[in-house]
Write a protein that binds this ligand. Sequence first.
Ligand SMILES: Cc1cc2nc3c(=O)[nH]c(=O)nc-3n(C[C@H](O)[C@H](O)[C@H](O)COP(=O)(O)O)c2cc1C
Length: 233
Amino acid sequence: MSAPDPSGPAPPETAPAAATPFPGPAAGGPAGSTVPRLIAARRSIRAFADRPVAPEVLDSLVEAACLAPAPHHSRPWRFALVRRPGAKLALARGMGRRWRHDLEGDGVPADRVDALVGASERLLTGAPALVLGCLTADGLDVYPDAARRRAEEGLALLSLGAAFENLMLAAVDAGLGSCWVAAPMFCPDEARDALDLPGDWSPRALALIGHPNTDHPPRERPPVPLGELRLHL
Ligand SMILES: Cc1cc2nc3c(=O)[nH]c(=O)nc-3n(C[C@H](O)[C@H](O)[C@H](O)COP(=O)(O)O)c2cc1C
């Protein structure tokens, strides 16, 4: 069979264009799939009930994370599961020191720096559990030049993002809320040292995990402006 001509006519639509392209929580996907519901139900949850998350539940989230696609059949991820208050505080303080330094360097007024760093510390220590997603070079290809090394690390980082989305969807399925926190991308060494993690673990993503505090529902989600975000070619 010959390859399709890329300049030929567009193939016919396989499904009529829907007014709402992505099924909301009330709609089932094909054959009653629960995946669209899970995807729509995942929201960033920043306030939690005072209720612990069992270590085996966290393990099941990590197992879901590790089913994500990754380059070359690798698993270039490691996960630190942080439940002890002292460890949460150490992580928050370690990353907070670096953020304070960066904000002061940016010329942010001292009272604003205190407010931002304090709020971040409360956010992290207020979550029943934290999952710190780290990259390693495990299974990645090695290149002699910087451009391809950067690209390879980019692949690993993309796959960590896929793993984190799996983890957050599994959290929804387990009745848990989660929120991705960007901080470790800005201070991977400080995050690693705060928890005394192995030297080849490079933290890049953090998730708050816990039972949602229903007094603080997430803001209504704006509709997806599909027309601005995609091109059919
Ligand atoms: C890479 C990444 C970094 C994020 N960092 C933060 C963060 O540092 N603090 C925070 O409160 N939310 C953070 N978020 C959550 C986003 O604010 C949130 O996903 C977005 O507002 C959409 O809301 P939703 O997740 O409820 O759909 C982050 C999300 C991603 C994907």
